[in-house]
Design a protein around this ligand. Sequence first.
Ligand code: AKG
Length: 453
Amino acid sequence: MGLNIGGRIEKVNGYELNYTTFVEKYLSKNKPVVITGGLMDDWGACRDWVFDDGRPNLHFISSNFGGSKVQVADCGSREFTEQKRYEMSVSEFINHWLELSSMEHGNHSPSKLQEYPEYTAYTTPLFFHDDWLNLYLDHYHMHEDPDTDQKRDNLSCSDYRFVYMGAKGTWTPFHADVFRSYSWSANVCGKKQWYFLSPDQRHLAFDRNMKSSVYDIFEEVSETIFPNFKKTIWLECTQERNEIIFVPSGWYHQVHNLWDLLLGDYEEAREYIEDIKDICDDFEGLCQRNLAANTGMNFYDCFNFMVRFSFANIVQLCHLARSSQFAKWRSSCKAQHLIFNLKSTKDIAIKMKLTCLSENHNFSLDFRSILEEPTFLKLCIQLERTYDFIHDQHPQIDNTKKYSMDDLVDMGSLNLFSTVVRNPQNLVTLIDQTLQNLITLAGVNEIESNITI
Ligand SMILES: O=C(O)CCC(=O)C(=O)O
């Protein structure tokens, strides 16, 4: 049975959030939020632990922190309410990761940050400064046991500051944070999927005696032991790189490290043939051929797809703008949907620009010749029917329909017919200009509110 997802965690821009608003809207309401920009800009971790293309710099981590002992959880085996754990050094963990890609979490055990006082990995954002637990634990022990002879040196103080590292597919089981504290978690590299259960639903994930909770929300949950689990309603969130999530008190959560499909498959295909790199004339070409053979598309196929799909959405949007009065089309669900598609393809293009397709490669798609492709016209017709159907506008079946120059509204300075896309940045610019021109044509004030989808 799939989870019943009731909504997504709100995302706010860190540049636009102030402390008072954070306290009023999230902290005091015990409401989770993701803060997207500005809080991690000058972090050493973002600079040193990740390459520009988003891959983790395991070499840096291993050579700078390799000797530290960490707890490593094996996602495949359960021990009571947790994953089975092993202790090893960071460099042993990284070697395991590279060999197996199946272990989770170099979970730096308490005080490890204090092992590197000269290295500043991060600075605590203002929103999370008021941290009673860590402030206290920096100076005191929570529990002094006279029977155990604990060493009282600086490093023996424990705190609740951790670094989690894990390969694709690794995950952290369902839990709430220690002492029901509030926490925050910054994502330096990769992508995480979070599933949240609010405190008022917590009892639904427990057994009748409220003793034990579900371990993995995606496994077959026993109805006999957890009779109410099927009533749970979840909030989900995809946490991207450089985003910080605020996890309020008592919110249970399960977290998965996601696999970036095409990029991950590319890295796998590349690693597989890395040893013939030096004797191969066109190593990158071979990587792309292997990627296509294994995954069904390579970077160029994906970009071709995005460009044609964006062109088809632009044609539809222009067609809609032309066939109805601006005032009507801009608020229609169909226009909103097309604009949403364009914004999504723009996000993908930005990602491709940063991670896989550089400016310098041999690629060129021009609007005019695509518009003349019979297959492209069929794509446009099908797209139109799809959104008519979704938005309940009775589609007119006209197989002879042609989209032509005349269907495209006059975009002012943007001449769609001379548009040539050679790289992801060109696509980003085209989408920005198209939306901007349509906004201008429709009247700035009125469309702005519609365009925030
Ligand atoms: O990032 C993760 O895998 C787990 C993070 C988490 O659950 C937490 O910080 O409480």
